[in-house]
Design a protein around this ligand. Structure first.
Ligand code: 6PG
Length: 479
């Protein structure tokens, strides 16, 4: 036994993670792939890594020092279960099996329970940063037992991205906590991407600027409070010209967004938890809407407003869009952190929200300057019920809200879809409201279903005899 860590599954993410591990002082990496040719290919291409190449699970287990630790990097789904079964056969109590794929956290909870019964540790681990992150330093979100963190902690710290001197990895919480947090990361990623896309679309349609010119706007924004990886790569994508046609690439790419499911999981889970992640939901649905050409083609001639968007003061309009983007982004993160808090309460995890915001500062897709402000907010008030009520965000929203409202109303008047901008604003105003029309909904529910209501002026649960003499009686609480 010579290796302190193993990797199973050597597609792009697995091989890049294995190379990252091997490049760090103190690590020796055992590798295994179902097709042995892949293993040999990686060994051949990277002799400097000093991989311990193995051809069977028995050999793989024998090559690892105890407690053994292996990271599975295979496509999420049934393949993961097959690899887990194979590893459980050759591992011993105290060893550690890590799933580094984008597994659904409820699968991770199920698998952790089953594997724990054998005495082996099972860790569901979120890894963000794409191919390059896996190779050079991802943001890592492990769940699982405290015992497994003792062994894994130093190894993961050695490969994680570093933000302001701190490695972007923390033990998020037990069993499925790591995959839950990675899921919400992806939900925020969806919202962030949709908001950027809406900003681009409004500027393009409102000002007639070319993609290359709008790239400069994003590059400029990336030097301010919006500084982030997604803004940076947006400028890169907008600058790209298609080699075969000489047209901006963004005009050649089919406008139907794909999705592998993590955004939908975030929304489904939020619905179950009763957490309003409306910005994330709109971003997910916007991808769905884009991907129905049969619906879009029969809808093209639906009536719209008479006039196109006209902008008089282009610079002021672009600044309004920037502020609308910033405000909506605050909402997206606030909603995402709300979901993590609710998930932690539901599943019994103790998740340090400040620590989560810190490990997202580097390596991951949603890395942004702004995460420092989130870390500050939780450092000041760890149990903050609504992130956007922290002083920094209140100030930012105060600065942005007029512009945000102008942009949402301008977009609506001109018939330009801005689902994430407008739903974020509606959420914000919903939170702010003294009274909500939820009172009327309670009245309606009581009318047709005797679902009862509470009163603002006294304790108890009440029902009006709607089909009788319409007097009010005290009733059992039925919610
Ligand atoms: C990351 C990403 C990654 C995700 C892709 C694709 O954090 O590195 O979130 O895990 O799989 O971004 O996601 P969609 O195909 O759903 O857009």
């Amino acid at each position: 036994a010579a290796a302190n860590i193993g990797v199973v599954g050597l597609a792009v993410m697995g091989s890049n993670l294995a190379r990252n591990l091997a490049s760090r002082e103190g690590n020796t990496v055992a590798i295994y792939n179902r097709t042995p040719a892949k293993t040999e290919e990686l060994v051949g291409a990277h002799p400097e890594a000093g991989f311990v190449s193995t051809a069977t699970y028995e050999e793989f287990a024998a090559s690892l020092v105890k407690p053994r630790a292996a990271i599975i990097m295979v496509k999420a789904g049934a393949g993961t279960d097959a690899v887990i079964d194979a590893l459980v056969n050759v591992f011993e109590p105290g060893d550690i099996i890590v799933d580094g794929g984008n597994a659904l956290f409820t699968d991770t909870i199920r698998r952790e329970k089953a594997v724990r019964a054998t005495g082996i540790n099972y860790v569901g681990m979120g890894v963000s940063g794409g191919e390059e992150g896996a190779l050079l330093g991802p943001s890592i979100m492990p769940g699982g037992s405290d015992e497994s963190w003792v062994t894994l902690g130093p190894i993961l710290k050695s490969i994680a991205a570093v933000a302001e001197g701190e490695p972007c990895v923390t033990h998020v919480g037990h069993d499925g906590a790591g995959h839950f947090v990675k899921m919400v990361h992806n939900g925020i990623e969806y919202a962030d991407m949709q908001l950027i896309a809406e900003a681009y679309d409004l500027i393009r349609r409102g000002t007639g600027r070319t993609p290359a010119e709008i790239a400069e706007v994003f590059a400029e924004w990336n030097r301010g409070e919006l500084e982030s990886y997604l803004i940076e790569i947006t400028a890169e994508v907008l600058r790209q010209v298609d080699a075969s046609t000489g047209t901006p690439l963004v005009d050649i790419i089919l406008d139907q967004a794909g999705a592998k499911g993590t955004g939908a999981w975030t929304v489904q889970t939020a619905l179950d938890l009763g957490v309003p992640v409306s910005g994330i939901a709109e971003a997910t649905f916007a991808r769905s809407l884009s991907s129905h050409p049969e619906q879009r083609s029969v809808s093209r001639d639906l009536p719209g407003p008479q006039d196109d968007l006209t902008v008089d003061d282009v610079d002021a309009f672009i600044e309004d869009v920037r502020l609308a983007l910033f405000a909506s982004k605050i909402v997206a993160y606030s909603q995402g952190f709300d979901e993590i808090r609710a998930g932690a309460a539901q599943y019994g995890w103790s998740i340090d929200l400040g620590a989560v915001s810190k490990i997202w500062r580097g390596g991951c897709i949603i890395r942004a300057q702004f995460l420092n402000r989130i870390a500050d907010a939780y450092a000041e008030t760890p149990d903050l019920p609504v992130l956007l009520t922290a002083p920094y965000f209140v100030e930012a929203l105060g600065r942005a809200q007029d512009a945000w409202r102008r942009i949402v109303s301008t977009a609506a008047t001109a018939g330009l879809p801005s689902p994430a901008f407008s739903s974020s604003l509606a959420y914000y105003d919903g939170l702010r409201a003294d009274r909500l029309p939820a009172a009327l909904i309670q009245g309606q529910r009581d009318f047709f279903g005797a679902h009862t209501y509470k009163r603002i002026d006294k304790e108890g649960t009440f029902h009006t005899l709607w089909s009788g003499d319409r007097t009010e009686i005290e009733a059992e609480d039925t919610h």
